[in-house]
Design a protein around this ligand. Structure first.
Ligand code: BGC
Length: 399
């Protein structure tokens, strides 16, 4: 069953909530090193604390080395604290064992709710069974956690649509539908195979492009067209860079023209862009896709080095997680009605069919991603309050 709630508020309301989500708190978090760490903090307001019944929220984020998770952790921490909860926030340095230890620590700390963005979706079943034994509800945040019955809900964006937007963007820009006899060379760069999202992104893009590959309008000179062939472990920029340098060296050094590089996210797009700058012989404009709106990628978009990114308002993902968490802790059994009740200003779908984690279909709240290019950065990122335009002419995230 899918229930779609369309935006019910006017733009002014939307901006107010977006701005509230973006600007509550006291400005940027001090930057911390990328090592695993636990930050515990206590909400100070007595009245808020009573509302939240002194409950403690354990938030486990994958790493500080991929930009978006810094924003996620910070929004989640601020939102839950503002609602009166105590928060313990951990980052696990992209190390699976570390994340298991961090979650064990949060369980030992007697948190009342766990919010987990998994490094490896397959590796948390055991530690989460301990959470289940202790009746600690678990929300899978952004990335689905596989093969466990300990997950109550999943909050994310529509991951398939992220890939679809990338594929459609390339199809539109190249004019694939009306290409006649023209042929275009395209390469794919995917995400981390350990991340359940990565396949959704790849499939979304591939489903748009595949008919053109079948017709011969799109050619993939490297021949790498399966998810297994194009994956990038840990979404690592330097791995994407060296893979793409190899592709350029092997299939393009004879002057073959590259038309588009479909990259699943910004950290991989950054590596691919660097590879093109250093190792591509041609000088045509290459369409490069991404996802997240990382600072370096937005600068590249302004400078014409990357063509688009799919933006996901993680401020809203945090708000959805807060309201879901509150409902769970209040003993409710949240369903589609949570969307209406919470009065969110952003679109969200309650989905009870798409995300099977191998144990059950996990009820999911899926937010809506948007395509961002040089032409709509102002409207989508600056006017909404998520970023400010710096005096350097580049957008910087507001937090
Ligand atoms: C997220 C993306 C992100 C990637 C790497 C995925 O699970 O959904 O937004 O780019 O991880 O951090």
């Amino acid at each position: 069953m899918k229930l779609k709630k369309l935006c019910a508020f006017v733009l002014a309301g939307m901006m107010a909530v977006s701005l509230a989500a973006c600007t509550d708190g006291n400005g940027p978090e001090p930057s911390k090193d990328a090592q695993s760490q636990t930050e515990s903090s206590n909400a100070e307001s007595g009245s808020q604390k009573t509302d939240a019944k002194g409950n403690k929220i354990g938030i486990s984020m994958p790493t500080k080395s991929l930009e978006r998770w810094n924003r996620d952790g910070s929004y989640l921490e601020k939102d839950f604290e503002k609602a009166g909860y105590n928060v313990a926030l951990t980052y696990s340095d992209n190390k699976i064992d570390q994340q298991v230890k961090d979650i064990e620590g949060l369980i030992a700390d007697k948190v009342d709710l766990l919010v987990v963005a998994a490094i490896d979706g397959e590796s948390l079943a055991q530690v989460l069974s301990e959470a289940k034994n202790q009746n600690i509800p678990v929300i899978a945040y952004d990335r689905l956690i596989m093969n466990t019955d300990a997950i109550s809900y999943y909050v994310s964006f529509d991951n398939y649509t992220v890939g679809k937007l990338q594929g459609e963007f390339v199809a539109d820009k190249l004019g694939l539908a009306n290409a006649g006899d023209k042929k275009f060379n395209v390469e794919f760069t995917g995400g981390d195979p350990a991340d359940n999202n990565a396949k959704f992104f790849f499939n979304g893009a591939m489903d748009v492009i595949k008919p053109y590959i079948d017709k011969g309008t799109v050619v993939v000179p490297s021949g790498q067209t399966t998810f297994e062939q194009v994956g990038t472990a840990q979404w690592d920029t330097s791995k994407a860079l060296s893979r793409f340098q190899n592709i350029l060296g092997s299939y393009y050094s004879n002057g073959t023209r590259l038309d588009a590089a479909i990259c699943s996210n910004d950290s991989t797009a950054l590596g691919v862009t660097q590879a093109i700058q250093s190792d591509y012989a041609g000088n045509n404009e290459i369409i490069i896709t991404g996802q997240d709106g990382d600072e370096a990628n937005l600068a590249n978009i302004i400078d014409g080095k990357q063509t688009m990114t799919v933006y996901k308002a993680v401020a809203n993902e945090a708000v959805a997680t807060l309201n879901l968490g509150e409902a769970i802790l209040n003993g409710e059994k949240p369903d589609a009605s949570l969307i209406e009740k919470s009065g969110w200003s952003f679109d969200c779908t309650y989905d009870t069919s798409s995300y099977n984690n191998g144990s059950a279909v996990i009820p999911s709240y899926l937010l809506v991603p948007v395509t961002v290019t040089k032409d709509n950065i102002q409207k989508e990122l600056i006017d909404t309050g998520y970023y400010t335009m710096g005096s350097d002419g580049y957008p910087h995230p507001v937090q």
